[in-house]
Design a binder for this molecule. Structure first.
Ligand code: TMP
Length: 209
């Protein structure tokens, strides 16, 4: 199966919403259909990005919200230049676990950095070539993210932080409804995946050779 252009599909959502399960199920499905698929995640995916991921998530010392923002953006820039743009040129389907909307939801809505500023910085880092074609927000109102003994710096944030992340995502979806689809994840995995595949297939028909 050939495509006229590379396609970027992103998965978003709060902690423990099942992103990696659905990323992998979609990858297998698309590969079975004959597409070339690349799965990546943020932060990370490059040598520098993986180092930044460690600083961002494993570090125990406090960092300021702006420092956090710039480190996520730095990891993104590396991923775009070194991985996403080359893969788009090869007409691959790229499935990215978290992308620009994570920064708006977490650093913007939840940390409280000005949303417009976060969006502008996202635009600067992403440019015009690497905008997502489809974004899935995996949503639940069961604040799965909140773990009192969470494993990383962001998971351990309190319930109100994770509530703001969710509200942020829902606002993003409202503002960009043609790109962003909210999928409720309280259903069975097979049913959720079915919904995802229907949306991806609809979108792919536009890009097939
Ligand atoms: P995860 O991909 O395993 O969920 O871990 C990534 C964590 O980093 C998650 O808590 C969300 C957070 N994050 C941000 O706060 N801003 C960002 O821009 C990105 C990509 C992730």
């Amino acid at each position: 199966m050939k495509l006229k252009k590379g396609i970027l599909v992103t998965f978003e959502g709060g902690e423990g919403c099942g992103k990696s399960t659905h990323v992998n199920l979609l990858k297998d499905y698309l590969e079975d259909k004959g597409f070339k698929v690349l799965v990546i995640r943020e932060p990370g995916g490059t040598k520098t990005g993986e180092k930044l991921r460690k600083i961002l998530l494993e570090g125990k010392s406090k960092i300021s919200s702006l420092t956090e923002l710039f480190l996520f953006l730095a990891s993104r820039r590396e991923l775009i230049i070194k991985v996403i743009e080359p893969a788009l040129k090869q007409n691959k389907i790229i499935i990215c676990d978290r992308f620009i909307d994570s920064t708006v939801a977490y650093q913007g809505y939840a940390r409280g950095i000005n949303i417009e500023l976060v969006s502008k910085l996202n635009d600067l880092v992403v440019g015009k070539k690497a905008l997502p074609d489809i974004t899935f927000i995996l949503d639940t109102n069961k604040h799965l993210g909140f773990k009192s003994k969470g494993e990383d710096r962001i998971e351990v944030e309190d319930k109100s932080f994770h509530k703001r992340v969710r509200e942020g995502y829902l606002e993003i979806a409202q503002k960009a409804s043609s790109r962003v689809k909210v999928i409720n994840v309280d259903d069975k995995i097979v049913d959720i995946q079915k919904k995802i595949r229907i949306i991806v297939n609809e979108s792919l028909t536009k890009f097939k050779v």
